[in-house]
Design a binder for this molecule. Sequence first.
Ligand code: HEC
Ligand code: HEC
Ligand code: HEC
Ligand code: HEC
Ligand code: HEC
Ligand code: HEC
Ligand code: HEC
Ligand code: HEC
Ligand code: HEC
Ligand code: HEC
Length: 303
Amino acid sequence: MSGLRVFFCGSLLCAIGAASPQYVGSEACKTCHADIWRNFFKNPHYKTIASGEEPPGKTGCESCHGPASEHLAAKGDKTKIVAFSNLDPKQTLDRCLECHANTIGRAQIRRSSHTLAQIPCTGCHSIHRSEAAKQLLAKPQVDLCGSCHRDVKAQFSLPFKHRVLEGAMNCTDCHNPHGSSAPTWNMGARPRMVEAALANEESCLKCHVEKRGPYAFEHPAVRIEGCGSCHQPHGSMNTRLLKRPAVFTLCLECHNGANSFGRQADGITVTASFHNMADPRYRNCTTCHVRIHGSNADARFLR
Ligand code: HEC
Ligand code: HEC
Ligand code: HEC
Ligand code: HEC
Ligand code: HEC
Ligand code: HEC
Ligand code: HEC
Ligand code: HEC
Ligand code: HEC
Ligand code: HEC
């Protein structure tokens, strides 16, 4: 081990005089950090070594941990290298973004709720001890997100839910944990890091494509307010993931005034018999308004 160090000192550092830390190459870490080195060839970051084309500052261990000559000279002084355990969240973020800033998926990362809440990349990714098969996640995704968002995870155990816990889909089918742009639906409400699908639509539509329309007669609640005005995206006590147990209470949140619910005759509102809410038969609005997401045949969504 010491032989190795002498080798480096002789050939590189001492020759340069080691005024400022120099790059020594990843091989130099092998002896002291054998466990990390041994697994590193499986890491996607190994590509920076394998390509052999990157400058020293962008190659291997030192691409993240910085030039290591002084760390070696001191036989492993933690203060003489970029040690993430000494970095604050912003410094960590900056380090990773030196290479990852260009990716579109993370364009919003600096404004994302996670960054604002001081959760850096390493809150979710583990470079050396990833337990997940993909993307260097610290844990499989549902466990990872669920470890901080316990309340949300619990919603996926409600009687009606998207089957996230069962592995049929992921949080990232709807969310971008790196942040998202303000959505075009829901009129600029807080985006909640919901990922827009194709053409800036709600992520729901990439799976529920038949709800996309366009319809000759759109229901503005779907097109403008968005799916979340009637559905709970994670899970619900109510069938069809509806926000309210009885459909009519949902509809009446918007169709409450005389002008938006009830037949109008000569400017006077007369409730039609089939809209008589005193009669339970008429409370399930969608028995008649069957095309509730929009219709190509009828302005009242009756067919
Ligand atoms: C001579 C043995 C030796 C060599 C060679 C060596 N290290 Fe270390 N390194 C250590 C020791 C010992 C520690 C623990 C220091 C401590 O905990 O204070 C350490 C700590 C570290 C840490 C800090 C970990 C933390 O706690 O956050 C990093 C990062 C690191 N080494 C990276 C490297 C890299 C990269 C290389 C190769 C360029 C390398 N080391 C080469 C001995 C070595
Ligand atoms: C893509 C950036 C990156 C690369 C490349 C990288 N590391 Fe790390 N390293 C980290 C981060 C981040 C941590 C903090 C712990 C974590 O989140 O995994 C860390 C932690 C460490 C630690 C101390 C803590 C621990 O987990 O034991 C050592 C030692 C270390 N790295 C050595 C190395 C060596 C040796 C290499 C090359 C084989 C290397 N690193 C390559 C980012 C990197
Ligand atoms: C809140 C958790 C979280 C944080 C914080 C986070 N990530 Fe991720 N990241 C993920 C998840 C989950 C995936 C997998 C996404 C998927 O499966 O579609 C991912 C995927 C990736 C990927 C591979 C896929 C892609 O989009 O290119 C890269 C690279 C990446 N993250 C880098 C970073 C960097 C760099 C940071 C910090 C600047 C960061 N991540 C912060 C959770 C996170
Ligand atoms: C020197 C540039 C560089 C730095 C710094 C860097 N990365 Fe990477 N990262 C890469 C490259 C190159 C890849 C491989 C991309 C590919 O597969 O095409 C990668 C891939 C990834 C992936 C995707 C893994 C997968 O399975 O697709 C994640 C996640 C990631 N990096 C996270 C991080 C985090 C977190 C940090 C900061 C601790 C970081 N990176 C720092 C260059 C870098
Ligand atoms: C280390 C803890 C941690 C992990 C892991 C984590 N989050 Fe978060 N998340 C937070 C914190 C803290 C906030 C900010 C809470 C707030 O602002 O109310 C947040 C906020 C959010 C928000 C709300 C955004 C908003 O604007 O209200 C979403 C959505 C979210 N996280 C999704 C995820 C997903 C998906 C994952 C897994 C890929 C994940 N989180 C992993 C801690 C975490
Ligand atoms: C089917 C799509 C979908 C899936 C899957 C999904 N979410 Fe969400 N999530 C949403 C939507 C849409 C919102 C915004 C709701 C709003 O604006 O009120 C949201 C809101 C959130 C919020 C902020 C509001 C709150 O309820 O605290 C967090 C945190 C969150 N999701 C985390 C997660 C986590 C963690 C997972 C995976 C375990 C996940 N989500 C899976 C669609 C989804
Ligand atoms: C990754 C694909 C995917 C995404 C994205 C998605 N869903 Fe789903 N959704 C499904 C699948 C598959 C089912 C079938 C139920 C199951 O998983 O058991 C379902 C079921 C539903 C149901 C219940 C249907 C029934 O017959 O009971 C509603 C309502 C629903 N989703 C609304 C939404 C909303 C709102 C969003 C966006 C916030 C969304 N979905 C995003 C795949 C998706
Ligand atoms: C105005 C309220 C409302 C809005 C907005 C809304 N839905 Fe629905 N949705 C309903 C009602 C009510 C039902 C139950 C219909 C029934 O039981 O016949 C339903 C049922 C569903 C179902 C299951 C039955 C089916 O028709 O496939 C899915 C999937 C669904 N909605 C997805 C969505 C998606 C995706 C969006 C956003 C693009 C959305 N919904 C927006 C009210 C709404
Ligand atoms: C988030 C608010 C909202 C919710 C919830 C909502 N709607 Fe609407 N709905 C509207 C708006 C806005 C219009 C357009 C009204 C107009 O053009 O005067 C509309 C139009 C309609 C129309 C077409 C008739 C017309 O006046 O143009 C029918 C029928 C209808 N809604 C039924 C329902 C039913 C049934 C439900 C419950 C499943 C429901 N709506 C839930 C906002 C909502
Ligand atoms: C028995 C069938 C039936 C039920 C149940 C029903 N509707 Fe209607 N609704 C109709 C018919 C038919 C029209 C069209 C009347 C017309 O064309 O003049 C209509 C029209 C409407 C309109 C358009 C404005 C108006 O008053 O003409 C709205 C809004 C509406 N219904 C909402 C609802 C809501 C909300 C519920 C549940 C609380 C509901 N409907 C239950 C049959 C029904």
